[in-house]
Design a protein around this ligand. Structure first.
Ligand code: F6P
Length: 343
């Protein structure tokens, strides 16, 4: 038996742990694993290397992905699909494990449904925005980066009596902002799920100052938007900040607005790709390992068109059709917890 594996979409900590888990469980069965490079692209370009026990030595703690990644989608080009199918048959692959986020897994669903390709999905993303699973690996590491940054920003904010605005990733959801903000003790957390009134944010900060706490930490998710009743961004600024494929910049505009309204000095820290890099936390290593083992089990059982997932503390599978297509927005119970600590 021969199987393929690849990693697609934005990288995140834990990808190598998942690859290692698949390769180690396959090697106990003498199953050959071909690692395709740079997402779906590797299957089209026939760019691969055989992965053995030796090739995964030492990769568990490493960030990124030894296979490389890309956001290439073969469904956007009929020739690519034909080449991909040709390579698949030539290698006599029994199935392929697609490790990816929404884009990669949507392509997996469509290739399975429309072209009967035998795929198993493994969800990864720092954003934690994939339906059908409580958590994705990469998220815990990103949250720990945000928490560490907020801890560090607290001391400098306090010394200078400043407002520190921390812009975090998360694409269209506020998972990283809410978890990182709660863990770091942020005074305000702004998420895409709740358009914010900047006057309310400023009132909270002014009241804190009146109460003797002149420093504050404001966490803002990259896609958090001002409430339409209180716009403070021009159309140009909006189109620069809220681009689907490259969000970023709300932190800077918000800090300027806060400084203008409150007359408290404000500074901004955009955490950016630091959240995606580096070694995975133990929780991400374990989740990625559990996902990798389960994905291999599904391949052995010839259960195609499914994604591995965690529900509660159990590793389960869900049909890819249920997992992709819609974003999993921030759990409102979590946001309510965050709100208790505002101000
Ligand atoms: O999906 C993960 C993520 O890091 C998002 O949080 C962010 O908006 C996006 O990827 C950045 O994508 P790229 O790597 O294409 O700049």
């Amino acid at each position: 038996m021969r199987i393929g594996i690849f990693t697609g979409g934005g990288d995140c900590p834990g990808l190598n742990a998942a690859i290692r888990a698949v390769v180690r469980s396959a090697s106990t069965d003498d199953v050959k694993v071909l690692g395709f490079r740079n997402g779906w692209r590797g299957l089209v370009d026939d760019d691969f290397a055989e992965l053995t026990r030796e090739s995964v030595i030492g990769i568990l703690p490493r960030g990124g992905t030894i296979l490389g990644t890309s956001r290439f989608n073969p469904l956007k080009d009929p020739d690519s699909i034909e080449t991909l199918k040709y390579n698949w048959q030539r290698h006599n692959l029994s199935g392929v494990i697609a490790v990816g986020g929404e884009g990669t897994l949507s392509a997996a669903r469509d290739l399975h449904e429309q072209h009967q390709l035998r795929v198993v999905g493994v969800p990864k993303t720092i954003d934690n925005d994939i339906n059908g699973t409580d958590f994705t690996f990469g998220f815990d590491t990103a949250v720990s980066v945000v928490t560490d940054a907020i801890d560090r920003l607290h001391s400098t904010a306090e010394s200078h009596h400043r407002v520190m605005v921390v812009e975090v990733m998360g694409r269209h959801t506020g998972w990283i902002a809410a978890y990182g903000g709660i863990a770091g003790g942020a005074d305000v957390i702004l998420v895409p799920e709740h358009p914010f009134r900047v006057s309310r944010v400023c009132d909270l900060l002014i009241n804190r100052k009146k109460d003797g706490r002149a420093f504050s930490i404001v966490v803002v998710a990259e896609d958090a938007r001002p409430h339409p009743d209180e716009p403070f961004l021009s159309d140009d600024e909006c189109s620069r900040i809220y681009r689907h494929d490259r969000l970023g910049g709300i932190g800077e505009m918000l800090a300027m607005e806060i400084e203008r309204c409150t007359e408290i000095q404000a500074r901004v820290t955009k955490l950016g790709y630091v959240q995606r890099g580096g070694s995975p936390t133990p929780a991400d290593r374990i989740l990625a390992t559990r996902f990798g083992i389960k994905a291999y089990e599904m391949v052995r059982a010839q259960q195609w068109g499914v994604m591995v997932a965690v529900r509660g503390n159990k590793i389960v599978t869900v049909p890819l059709t249920e997992a992709v297509g819609e974003v999993k927005f921030l759990d409102q119970d979590i946001y309510k917890i965050a709100e208790v600590f505002f101000g």
